[in-house]
Design a protein around this ligand. Structure first.
Ligand code: NAP
Length: 310
C-alpha cells in the first residue's frame, strides 16, 4: 500500500511516500481502508521531534482518521467489515496518512452519516479537545461564562458550539477573518482582539478563561484577572505554561487530549443531529502532505485540512 512515512525526525523533507506492506490486524484490532486522515499541528511537532510522544520509526503521521473497516483481528466484537468509522488513533502508533491503517477496535466509532466520510476525519481529536477543555478541565456548567481566546480556530469553533449548547455564555475573541465564523458558531459576544482591548471589553468576571491561541505569555498572565475567584484558566497551548492565581483559588489546567470512545460517539450524534458542524477547509492527496507540512512549518495552514487516501 501507499503510505507517507518518516524514518528520522527533522524538517518536512523527511516525509517520504513509500510502498509498504499492508498491515495485518492483531487480536483486538481492526484494519481500516482509509478515506482520509486529518493534519494536525501535533503531526508537525512529532515529525520535527519536539513533541514528547514516544513514536517508533519509521512513523506514519495522521492520528485522526475516517474509513471503512476492511479486516478484523481475533476477539473483535461489534464491528463488521464495511462499517464506516472514525477514530482518534493512539498518537505513538502509525497514523492514517496511508491507504490502510490498523487500529485498536476500541478506538473506532461509527462515522457520522450526514457528512462525507473523508470530512469526518476532521472531527475526532479536535472536538474531544474542546469538550475536555470546557467540561473536564474547565468544569463549566449551564449559566456560567467562558472567555475563549483564539475562538476562530478549529478547536475554538467546536468549543463555542459545545459550550453554547450546554447553556454557557460564550465570549469569543477573533480577528476580522474569523469574526463571522465565531458568530455563526453561536458566540454570545465577539471581541475583535486586533482593535479592542479584551480587558476593557469583558466587563464582568468569567468562570473560565480558555486559551487556544499563541498569545504573549505576559498577556496571558494579565488575563487571569478576568477570571472570578475560584474559577479556572484552561489552555491547549501546551508549549507555554498556563497561569493561575493561587491567592484567589484560580486553577490552572493544561489540556492533553485523551481518547474517549463514549464521548466521540456522542460528538458524532451531535454532528448527525445538526448540532455540531465539521468544517474542512482543504482536501489534499497523500503526495501533497510533505508540502502541507512545509506550509505548516511556516505557520501558513489555517483551518482543518484532510488528506484523502485515494
Ligand atoms: N494540548 C492538546 O491536547 C491540543 C489538542 C488540539 C490542539 N492543540 C493546540 O491548541 C491550539 C489551538 O488549536 P487549533 O487547531 O484551534 O488552532 P488554530 O486553528 O490555528 O486556531 C488558533 C487561533 O488562534 C488565533 N490567534 C492567533 N494568534 C493570536 C493572537 N496573538 N491573539 C489572539 N488570537 C490569536 C487565530 O484566530 P483568528 O482566526 O481569529 O485570527 C487562530 O484561529 C494549537 O496550538 C494546537 O496545537 C492542543
Amino acid at each position: 500500500m501507499k503510505a507517507v512515512r518518516f524514518h528520522e525526525v527533522g524538517g518536512p523533507e523527511v516525509l517520504r511516500i513509500e510502498d509498504v506492506e499492508t498491515p495485518t490486524p492483531a487480536a483486538g484490532q481492526v484494519r481500516l481502508r482509509v478515506a482520509a486522515s486529518a493534519f494536525s499541528a501535533a503531526d508537525n511537532g512529532m515529525r520535527a521531534g519536539f513533541l514528547p510522544i514516544p513514536i517508533e520509526l519509521p512513523h506514519v503521521p495522521g492520528y485522526d482518521v475516517s474509513g471503512t473497516v476492511d479486516a478484523l483481528g481475533d476477539d473483535v466484537e461489534g464491528l463488521t467489515v464495511g462499517d464506516a468509522v472514525v477514530a482518534f488513533l493512539p498518537m505513538e502508533r502509525d497514523g492514517g496518512a496511508a491507504e490502510y491503517v490498523v487500529t485498536p477496535a476500541d478506538a473506532v466509532v461509527a462515522a457520522p452519516t450526514s457528512i462525507p466520510l473523508a470530512d469526518a476525519a476532521g472531527l475526532p481529536s479536535v472536538a474531544l479537545t474542546a469538550w475536555q477543555a470546557l467540561f473536564d478541565d474547565g468544569q463549566l456548567e449551564a449559566g456560567q461564562r467562558v472567555l475563549v481566546m483564539g475562538a476562530g480556530g478549529v478547536v475554538g469553533k467546536y468549543a463555542i458550539q459545545l459550550a453554547v449548547r450546554a447553556g454557557v455564555h460564550v465570549i469569543a475573541t477573533a480577528s476580522p477573518r474569523s469574526i463571522d465564523a465565531v458568530r455563526a458558531a453561536g458566540a454570545d459576544e465577539v471581541i475583535d482582539h486586533t482593535t479592542t482591548d479584551v480587558h476593557t471589553a469583558v466587563t464582568e468576571p468569567v468562570d473560565v478563561l480558555l486559551n487556544l491561541a499563541p498569545i504573549d505569555p505576559e498577556e496571558f498572565t494579565a488575563l487571569v484577572a478576568l477570571v472570578r475567584d475560584g474559577g479556572a484558566v484552561v489552555s491547549t497551548t501546551a508549549f507555554m505554561a498556563t497561569p493561575g492565581d493561587e491567592s484567589r483559588g484560580v486553577r490552572a489546567a493544561t489540556v492533553f487530549v485523551l481518547p474517549n470512545r463514549a464521548r466521540l460517539t456522542e460528538l458524532v450524534s451531535l454532528v448527525d443531529a445538526g448540532a455540531l458542524t465539521v468544517e474542512v477547509t482543504r482536501r489534499i492527496t497523500l503526495d501533497q502532505l510533505p508540502a502541507l507540512h512545509a506550509e505548516a512549518s511556516e505557520g501558513r495552514v489555517t483551518g482543518k485540512v484532510v488528506v484523502l487516501a485515494e
